[in-house]
Design a protein around this ligand. Structure first.
Ligand code: ADP
Length: 159
């Protein structure tokens, strides 16, 4: 079974991401969750914090590893011998961007294939951005993120 690289910002991890990781872990030999450490993208949590949250919530999968990376996703994949990129598609609005990115990545690294998976329907509309809006404005996001993640977000955003 191939290994898959699941890259993203994960700022912060949501139940949608965790749903996708569980689906990937059942399908691939190993899923390497790669947290983008991109100083140009303003994040609420540092890459180190995002990695720690993901590790806490993926501990039950023996074939899931969480790392952080900077630079091109395809460079990380090829230098670690991984030939599958795993991405989630939620709604049709994701599709165009994901399609563009997959073809760009294929052009950069022809040996690397992108595989899309869909989350469970209850998470199909979920995004880290929306959750930050909800929590930042005092709303309850406990059905979309793990409890400790919600607490950490509230602490950071409601200062
Ligand atoms: P990015 O900064 O690359 O958009 P995200 O952290 O938002 O990263 O998402 C990482 C990956 O997880 C992307 O492929 C995204 O489509 C997918 N994803 C995000 N939220 C969900 C969700 N609710 N269900 C399924 N996939 C998701």
């Amino acid at each position: 079974m191939s290994d898959a690289l699941y890259p993203g910002s994960f700022d912060p991890v949501t139940l949608g991401h965790l749903d996708l990781i569980a689906r990937g872990a059942a399908l691939f030999g190993r899923v390497v969750v790669a947290v983008a450490d991109n100083p140009r993208k303003k994040a609420v949590f540092t890459a180190k914090e995002r990695v720690a949250m993901l590790r806490r919530h993926t501990r039950r999968h023996r074939n899931v590893k969480v790392v952080s990376f900077s630079g091109l996703v395809v460079d990380y994949a090829t230098s670690h011998g991984i030939s599958v990129l795993l991405r989630g598609v939620r709604t049709t609005s994701d599709f165009e961007f994901e399609y563009q990115m997959a073809l760009t990545n294929r052009s950069l690294a022809p040996g690397v294939e992108t595989v899309f998976m869909m989350p469970s329907a209850e998470y199909a509309f979920l995004s880290s951005t929306l959750i930050k809006d909800v929590v930042g404005n005092g709303g309850d996001a406990s059905r979309w993120v793990p409890k400790d993640v919600e607490r950490a977000l509230a602490k950071r955003l409601r200062r």
